[in-house]
Ligand binder design. Structure first.
Ligand code: CP
Ligand code: NVA
Length: 303
């Protein structure tokens, strides 16, 4: 992946995934090291962010580089200025772009026109940086990825899509329980089946119990993603019965871990207090975003 873009987990080979995990473990051990001295990152964000923005910003700082945050209110991507002009201009100032966009096509268009690497910092299709950080967290807790079973409960959204593809590359089984009409896209499902290593299974079910039975990882995310706020009420109805509760979690493996990318809606997709349970690794996930962003930046900048 050196020198290319990171728009989708589907852009990666299994070796790339392991190189990023290994580098992230090394970065975590090492702390600050000035390998990106003189390099600059543009954080081009159409939507809000806590973890992604701060972890990229601090990652650049700890690696001796610099980042500049450019919100949509400032740049007017596609309104004040065309996507291609923004991409070509930023390519003259900075060395790499991390873009959070509504439409996946926007981040693809940025990558097409930029002469520097572009990272998808979340689009409506995928959240690849989250999935890579999550593989690191799972590997730290379970000492392996191949052969594990991940159970995702809820919306077949950007986070679920990247995690499905990442689990396929890592040789882990992926089960997802979603209500009718909110399943993972056919495109992601078939890409996952093509990428799957070590006979990793991809199983789509309707009932949460069928997904979590004996699973090593129980994962959930919000029912209404950024940009879908107008559907929030309808989604609350559709996802009733899909809350991850202590009872549901007890049907997973005894030593299963509970994951959520945050931000969370306590009492919607996750029962109140469950994030503080001993099985929850949610804040380790949040921390690992920092270590993985460092690895992604160093790989793409060929350092
Ligand atoms: N998990 C995640 O990407 O969080 P933010 O939206 O706060 O960046
Ligand atoms: N699915 C959520 C993830 C936020 C990190 C969203 O897109 O809003």
């Amino acid at each position: 992946m050196k020198g290319k873009d990171l728009l989708s987990i589907g852009d990666l080979a299994p070796d790339d995934v392991w190189r990023i995990i290994d580098r992230a473990i090394e970065q975590k051990r090492q702390g600050a090291s000035p390998i990106l001295a003189g390099e600059s990152l543009a954080l081009l964000f159409e939507k809000p962010s806590l973890r992604t923005r701060v972890s990229f910003d601090i990652a650049m700082h700890q690696l001796g580089g610099h980042s500049v945050y450019i919100p949509q209110s400032e740049v007017g991507l596609g309104t004040r200025e065309s996507i291609s002009d923004v991409a070509r201009t930023l390519s003259r100032y900075v060395n790499i772009i991390a873009a959070r966009t509504f439409a996946h096509a926007t981040v693809e268009s940025l990558a097409e026109h930029a002469t520097i690497p572009v990272i998808n910092a979340l689009s409506d299709r995928e959240h690849p940086c989250q999935a890579l950080g999550d593989l690191l967290t799972i590997y730290e807790k379970k000492a392996k990825l191949e052969g594990l079973t991940f159970a995702f409960i809820g919306d077949g959204n950007n986070v679920a899509s990247s995690l499905l593809l990442a689990s396929a590359l890592a040789g882990a089984n992926f089960r997802i329980a979603s209500p009718k009409g909110y399943e993972i896209s056919d495109e992601i499902e078939s890409l996952g089946r093509r990428l799957a290593r070590s006979n990793a299974q991809i199983i789509l079910v309707e009932h949460p119990q069928a997904a979590v039975a004996g699973a090593d990882v129980v994962y959930t995310d919000v029912w209404t993603s950024m940009g879908q706020e107008a559907e929030a009420k309808k989604r609350l109805g559709a996802f009733a019965g899909y809350q991850v509760t202590a009872e549901l979690l007890s049907q997973a493996a005894k030593d299963a871990i509970l994951m959520h990318p945050l931000p969370a809606h306590h009492d919607e997709e996750i029962a109140p207090g469950l994030i503080d349970s001993p099985q929850s690794v949610v804040f380790d996930q949040a921390e690992n975003r920092l270590h993985v962003q460092k690895a992604i930046l160093a790989e793409l900048l060929q350092k």
